[in-house]
Design a binder for this molecule. Structure first.
Ligand code: FCB
Length: 298
């Protein structure tokens, strides 16, 4: 667990209990969250340098003191209440800012649900890193509360709490999204929204483009074009992502076998399903479940 040398009275003791940092966990999980209270000279006072970045996103909120982010020869100093969003593959090179005694921050590593993607484009960026600085103290408090909720719920042994953690993360991301000017909130065409909802509700159904097009009162080619324009991928590509994300949830939270899960999300052929799953999560479904169970039993 946590090193005993940490000045415990100086940090948010309660949150420390839930932080996974000192455990051996894998970042193959879709959600890992923690609290890093860096004090000059303590065990956490080192620089992170992940040149290839990570597979998922990282949301980072400074609670106290200052951090410094390096990128090539430039630096960015983040201070209390600054919120950063590192996208996948973006280098992580950061640590306590030399002049500051502290850099306490909360962070969440996550693989977003497909429909969250639009909320992850922030108006301001430093290099590829999203940046939100807000003087709205209500927003800042709401966000911190939601992020702490994610950390607590995600460390609970109760499986439903882990789903609630995703729920709180969704809330946190929406709070941030509300801080982006309206230009960034141009909503998806309602016909496409309706199609997404229909696909979600009928995830396993064997559907054709022309059936979907009829529901949206569009021609097949117009629907295909509009879908790609609005969502950034093909209809079937999007549905596949939804199917895989449902499958990942079922692997984690049910005892269903892999072929049963394949059926539930719409594949008769379990091998084919496993291949698609591997493409998305870089591990097969069996291994995914095993890793999740190991993580869970820590
Ligand atoms: C911790 C860092 C935190 C975040 C997680 C993934 O070691 O303190 O900022 O990068 O790793």
């Amino acid at each position: 667990m946590w090193p005993q040398t940490l000045p415990m009275n100086d940090v948010d003791d309660e949150l420390l209990i839930y932080s996974p940092l000192m455990r051996s966990f894998t970042f193959n999980a879709y959600l890992v969250a923690g609290y890093t209270p860096i004090v000059k000279g303590n065990k956490l006072d080192f620089f992170i340098n992940r040149q290839q970045g990570m597979k998922g996103y990282i949301l980072n909120i400074t609670l106290r003191g200052a951090g410094v982010i390096h990128r090539n020869n430039e630096t960015f100093i983040c201070r209390e209440n600054d919120i950063l969003l590192f996208p996948p593959g973006c280098p992580h090179h950061y640590g306590r800012e030399a002049q500051s005694t502290y850099w306490d921050h909360l962070w969440i590593y996550f693989i977003p649900r497909p429909y969250w993607i639009d909320w992850l484009k922030w108006d301001r960026n430093w290099h590829q890193i999203g940046l939100t600085q807000s003087a709205d103290s209500v927003f800042v408090e709401q966000l911190k509360t939601a992020v702490k909720e994610v950390i607590r719920l995600n460390s609970s042994p109760d499986r439903v709490d882990k789903i609630l953690a995703m729920n709180s993360l969704e809330k946190a991301l929406l709070y941030c999204f509300k801080q982006q000017p309206a230009s960034n909130r141009a909503s998806v065409d309602p016909r496409i929204n309706a199609i997404c909802q229909y696909l979600d509700e009928n995830l396993a159904a064997k559907l054709t483009i022309s059936e979907l097009a009829a529901k949206a009162y569009l021609s097949s080619s117009r629907l295909a074009h509009l879908f790609r324009q609005e969502i950034g991928m093909t209809i079937w590509g999007w549905r596949e992502k939804q199917r895989m994300s449902r499958a990942a949830m079922l692997l984690q939270h049910t005892q269903l076998t892999i072929s049963q899960i394949a059926q539930v999300v719409g594949y008769d052929d379990a091998l084919y399903f496993s291949r698609l799953f591997h493409q998305q999560y870089h591990v097969g479904p069996r291994e995914y479940r095993k890793r999740y169970e190991q993580l869970h039993s820590l």
